[in-house]
Design a protein around this ligand. Sequence first.
Ligand code: TRP
Length: 455
Amino acid sequence: MSEPSPPRGLWASRTGFVLAAAGSAVGLGNVWRFPYITGENGGGLFVLIYLACILLIGLPVMIAEIMIGRAAQRSTVSAFKNLAGPRTPWRALGGLGVVVAFLILSFYSVVAGWTIHYTLLSLRGLLGGRTPEEIQALFGGLYTSVPLNLVWTLAFLALTMAVVGRGVRNGLERWSRIMMPGLLVLLLVLLARATTMDGFGPAFGFVFGLHADSLTGGGVIEAMGHSFFTLSLGMGGLLTYGSYLRRDADVPLMSVGIAGLDTLIALLACLVIFPITFSYGIEPAEGAGLIFTSVPIAFAQMPAGGVLATIFFALMVVAALTSSISMLEVATAYFIDEKGWSRSRATWISGLTISALAIPSALSGATDLFGPRFASLAGRSWFELVADLASNWSLPIGGMGMALFVAWRLPAALRREQFASGSRFARGYAGWLIALRYVVPLAMLAVFGRAVGVF
Ligand code: TRP
């Protein structure tokens, strides 16, 4: 492999990559999306299928994706060209990733905007001293508000652009250092509180008990799609981060660490949220507002709850930011590497395009103003449609493509060297290759087949 022509911003330290990749993985997917789709799919079996997807599909694909970036030292489209020739059809995988980055960020920033709003509400003491009913009504008011959704969505995107515009070292790496330990500690504080609630027993049974009652074929595909979403796989985010990685890094070891931490935080979030919903009679399947209606109830009844709530939502904003920058970085790095644009031009043009796409998502709840069918297709809001298409379909397809690329197209010697040299997991090579060659594609065909009703 030739060395890259433009000098690439390498991570300042090895932990820099791990922190940034973990920062990308840990985000709204863990604390907002996972608990709410677990609630909608009845817990239990859904959680088990999700865990199996992380281990058998997500982890092998993560190693493959980071490896493509590191081997090529290029961002997504250029990486495939560099490894497989300028006209290779595999470069379509990179192109798909850039498009999906735009789509995911367009709805992700709406939810991130809600976390900004809640940070400010709790900072001003407006969440304290409220009844559970009032807290639920508060979310309804936000969800349907046009100005609040527009302002916070666009503010969050502007923040993302500001960080990405500053580049790898100053922008991406610094933010990730403080956030993860902070989020973990606060979740543990909330967990301690949750264990004393009446609802803890039923909640534990709901999350870990093996009851299959409400799981559908759509639920299975959602579990798989979410395992890609939560690990930031399938659109070239970790590929791009991997391209800034030094050659001596132990990719399998790092991947195990990132996936483990990500899963831990997602499960913790469930063990914090469901005891609240069960104690206060909130519907577990209540949908996208779940975390915003349950967590403030717990804080409202804790000593120093106002301060803790402010810190909690502020950490969610940062967690969302370390994820959103990894999405915008995919698009930015593509325009830098492929079109030769400057970093700031690439950042602003992609960021402004995403802002335009985010507007229909931001207004998806504003049915009063526009009528229930505004921005709605096939009976679903634009927000739901984009989220479903991007995470349940595009990410798994992109991830499978990368698995197949590494398993069948990459020269065997290069693949082995990239996996094994200096890795503590060198002996896992054969098992990993089997997972990529057979387990990943077959499992995914089964899930997709089930979802479209082939069997
Ligand atoms: N993993 C992040 C989360 O759980 C979201 C995310 C960041 C992402 N980068 C991504 C999802 C790339 C898919 C692809 O919140």
